[in-house]
Design a binder for this molecule. Structure first.
Ligand code: NAD
Length: 293
């Protein structure tokens, strides 16, 4: 397929490279020249502009930082919707607000485009390995068309429901993950304050009713598990500031709907405190060391 890939950052670059490896023709564009150079070095066509990248594309994939970047790129007189062929399928993989995803998809539909929201879980390691989970919102027939490409970038592909549903699932999942990380850290710190060995404590809780993903696969206490960020000075992984962004999306979404998320609100404040203490670039499991005084 002829594919345009816009946004070749930490996630987009390895995702686009996986499409190249599968034999697709991929024209990429990013505002940052070094990302374009890396894509070119991997065998991709580095386009000079959005217009160049999407001119012949059958499928246009975007992987951008936040809602405002998606609105900026898709809408407006010289935006993607003004420049693309209306037969092109649009796939936004960025993590953005469900409301903005619905608004952009509705405008795309008015102009005759098929569009799905397809945010991902699995981080940069999953992007490189081609094992991401895709949570897709939009029409089933549009997902079917995108599937051959998504299957090259991910392992699990879920249809969540109509436009915006992929983003809703992503927002709910990451809010829960953020809360779980804080709760698990708190339980571990309490056990350690009692003189417990954190590994013994973790092993027992992992087989008891406190069991959860953080305890089983991503223990935040250094030395308990190998090959997780907590055992590598919290380098790599999923940054505190990215978690803060996703927590912010959850709160904004809850406010829009007048839904109550008190644990989400408190968690967002705690991640903010941790970020402001200079830890924004560390993995989010570093919140195990949150300074409360
Ligand atoms: P990133 O900042 O590394 O990459 C985003 C890229 O988009 C940048 O290279 C930027 O230059 C480019 N960009 C911005 N505006 C553009 C435009 N108008 N045209 C072309 N390129 C443009 O971010 P990332 O880590 O790759 O994350 C991308 C998205 O994926 C975010 O929404 C993030 O929340 C989500 N996400 C990230 C992870 C992760 O672990 N990094 C995991 C899951 C989901």
């Amino acid at each position: 397929m002829k594919v345009a890939f816009l946004g070749l950052g930490n996630m987009g670059l390895p995702m686009a490279v996986n499409l190249l490896k599968a034999g697709h023709q991929v024209a990429g564009f990013d505002l940052v020249q070094s990302q374009l150079d890396a894509f070119h070095a991997a065998g991709g066509t580095a386009a000079k502009s959005v217009g160049n990248a999407i001119a012949d594309a059958e499928v246009i994939i975007t992987m951008l930082p936040a809602s405002r970047h998606v609105e900026g790129l898709y809408l407006g007189d010289s935006g993607l919707l003004a420049l693309a062929k209306p037969s092109a399928l649009l796939v936004d993989c960025s993590t953005i607000s469900p409301k903005v995803a619905q608004q952009v998809a509705a405008i795309a539909k008015e102009k005759g485009f098929a569009m799905i929201d397809a945010p991902v879980s699995g981080g940069t390691a999953g992007a490189q390995a081609g094992t991401l989970t895709f949570m897709v919102g939009g029409e089933a027939s549009h997902l079917e068309k995108a599937k051959p490409l998504l299957e090259r970038m991910g392992k699990n592909i879920f249809h969540a429901g109509p436009s915006g549903s992929g983003q809703t699932v992503k927002v709910c999942n990451n809010m829960l993950l953020g809360i779980q990380m804080l709760g698990t850290s708190e339980a571990l710190r309490l056990g350690i304050a009692n003189g417990m060995d954190p590994k013994i404590l973790s092993d027992i809780m992992s087989k008891s009713s406190g069991r959860n993903w953080v305890l089983e696969l991503y223990n935040p206490c250094p030395g308990v598990m190998e090959n997780v960020p907590s055992s590598k000075a919290y380098a790599g992984g999923f940054g505190v500031d990215l978690m803060l962004k996703d927590m912010g999306l959850a709160i904004e979404n809850a406010d829009d709907l007048n839904a109550k998320v008190p644990l989400g609100e408190l968690s967002r404040q705690l991640y903010e405190m941790h970020s402001q203490a200079g830890n924004g670039q560390l993995d989010f499991s570093s919140v195990f060391h949150l300074k409360m005084d």
